[in-house]
Design a protein around this ligand. Structure first.
Ligand SMILES: [Fe+2]
Ligand SMILES: [Fe+2]
Length: 158
């Protein structure tokens, strides 16, 4: 018998799908950079892609720990067309801001269901989003300040 209410379980499963979608977004951005011979940026995006799969797995483990049934849903092809490398980061930031909003909603669902365990569990994800948005904002600021990728490209690839 699941310890999760239906609305909370559905919200958690929805987030599993969104984390997997996030992983596909970063993978697409990594390919964009690799195709333009910028392996440092590609490596950075690819590492984020792996991290997002880690987030999905963290949610899956939690659902299973609470005796819930995990639904592995289909994910859409990422909708992210970039024209230059800077746009890979602005696209990622826009995406992360949406994800932050999704996670806030998930935490609210848990709170409304009086599920304080899930609410507490989601705290980790909320703080992770703060970190991810901050990192992307810093990369974008530095890219614009330095007027191009050279130094930053090397740094992110190391
Ligand atoms: Fe994530
Ligand atoms: Fe993320």
């Amino acid at each position: 018998m699941s310890k999760l209410t239906t609305p909370v379980l559905e919200a958690l499963c929805g987030q599993v799908t969104r984390e997997r979608y996030s992983s596909a977004v970063y993978l697409t951005l990594a390919c964009f950079c690799d195709e333009r011979n910028l392996p440092g940026f590609a490596k950075w995006h690819r590492a984020r892609s792996c991290e997002e799969m880690g987030h999905a797995q963290k949610l899956i483990d939690y659902i299973l720990d609470r005796d819930g049934q995990v639904c592995v849903d289909t994910i859409n092809a990422p909708d992210c067309s970039c024209f230059n490398v800077l746009e890979t980061f602005t696209t990622a930031l826009e995406h992360e801001r949406k994800v932050s909003h999704n996670i806030e909603e998930l935490a609210s669902v848990a709170l409304r269901a009086n599920d304080l365990t899930t609410f507490t569990f989601m705290g980790w994800f909320l703080l992770e989003q703060v970190e991810e948005e901050k990192t992307l904002e810093e990369i974008i600021a530095r890219y614009q300040l330095e007027g191009g990728p050279s130094l930053l490209e090397k740094e992110l690839g190391s």
